[in-house]
Write a protein that binds this ligand. Structure first.
Ligand SMILES: [Mg+2]
Length: 155
């Protein structure tokens, strides 16, 4: 089992296409590639939302943006830290807090995010760093498959 910490803006929505009317509309192509990639691995991953969306929307709303089978594997959102003063790599710190809160300290995890500076260099092998203008693409899908297979010992 691998936990996937998923950012949304710059991953499933291309930066520059976001407007006030459509800011909750996921990019259909990015979403299709993402879901196609995961679908053969339904028993091997869970998704936790690490996006700022969790500040605005509840989990059910976020899940409604995904296909039903993929949404079933979305299990939560990362927590907010008690303090952000002097916090470096804050998406990473929120992930560590989630893992601790859920007693998942030995779980394998990866992150998908368009901003690599949210993560310390030492873990960036496990970060799929999307291009914010293009979102999740086939090159990202290839890396996601590699990581899912490797971390689940499927090869
Ligand atoms: Mg982002």
């Amino acid at each position: 089992m691998v936990y996937i910490f998923l950012d949304i803006d710059g991953v499933l929505i291309k930066e520059g296409t976001i407007s006030e009317e459509n800011y909750t509309v996921l990019d259909q192509k990015c979403l299709t590639i993402f879901e196609m990639t995961l679908r053969p691995y339904q028993n091997y991953y869970k998704i936790v939302i690490s996006s700022a969306w969790r500040e605005i929307f509840d989990l059910d709303f976020i899940k409604s943006k995904f296909s039903k089978d993929i949404a079933q594997n979305i299990v939560g959102v990362t927590p907010f830290l008690e303090s952000y003063a002097d916090v470096k790599f804050y998406h990473y710190q929120e992930i560590l807090q989630y893992l601790e809160d859920h007693n998942l300290n030995n779980i394998k995890w990866i992150a998908i995010d368009d901003i690599k500076e949210h993560y310390p260099p030492v873990i960036r092998n496990y970060l799929i760093n999307t291009n914010c203008d293009q979102g999740f693409r086939f090159v990202d899908a290839t890396k996601l498959i590699d990581l899912l297979r490797k971390l689940n010992n499927l090869d």
